[in-house]
Design a binder for this molecule. Structure first.
Ligand SMILES: O=C(O)C(=O)C[C@]1(C(=O)O)C=C[C@@H](O)C=C1
Length: 160
């Protein structure tokens, strides 16, 4: 595994995996999946981190915006699955306050990967490379079809 897009796909897959624990925390607490205030906070942090890393703020905000959409696809899908199949419900209810720092760590990794992948992300091969790295990361992280669909959504703005 070499290069920024591989790391970008890996950080996005990691963030999807952590989002499963977010879904479990919210399922247990009955908290809404959508949290616009939290998104605004993450975007403020993103802007600061991107600026420090030499990544255009607009690029970082677009890619992190994709992570929110990906997380929500996953969370909605899991909540629907758990509603329909009680035997698949999580046995442990994580505390959202303890899960969010892990999301933040994945987001920081993502911004580092953006900084390292500027050339790859503007190359004509980017779409193909991103699709290949998404498949590789899905395999490494043992993602099921729902998690894999969320990962593809997470990488929608990776190129350009
Ligand atoms: O932290 C949460 O509450 C989440 O559900 C995660 C997350 C994110 O991806 O950062 C996704 C959806 C919410 O609107 C806010 C943030």
């Amino acid at each position: 595994r070499t290069g920024g897009i591989a790391d970008l796909a890996d950080a996005a897959a990691e963030r999807i995996t952590v989002s499963r624990d977010v879904a479990a925390a919210k399922w247990a607490a009955g908290t809404p999946i959508d949290d616009p205030e939290r998104e605004a906070q993450v975007l403020r942090d993103t802007t600061a981190q991107a600026t420090a890393a030499g990544v255009p703020a607009g690029t970082a905000r677009a890619v992190v915006g994709d992570q929110f959409e990906a997380s929500k696809i996953l969370q909605r899908g899991l909540h629907a699955r758990w509603a329909a199949h009680p035997d698949l419900r999580p046995r442990h209810a994580p505390d959202l306050a303890e899960v969010r720092p892990r999301l933040d760590a994945a987001t920081r990794r993502l911004i580092t990967a953006l900084a390292a992948s500027a050339d790859e992300r503007t190359s004509p091969a980017c779409t193909r490379t991103t699709a290949r790295q998404a498949r590789a990361a899905a395999h490494r992280h043992h993602l099921d079809p729902l998690h894999t669909a969320a990962l593809r959504r997470a990488l929608a703005s990776a190129c350009g």
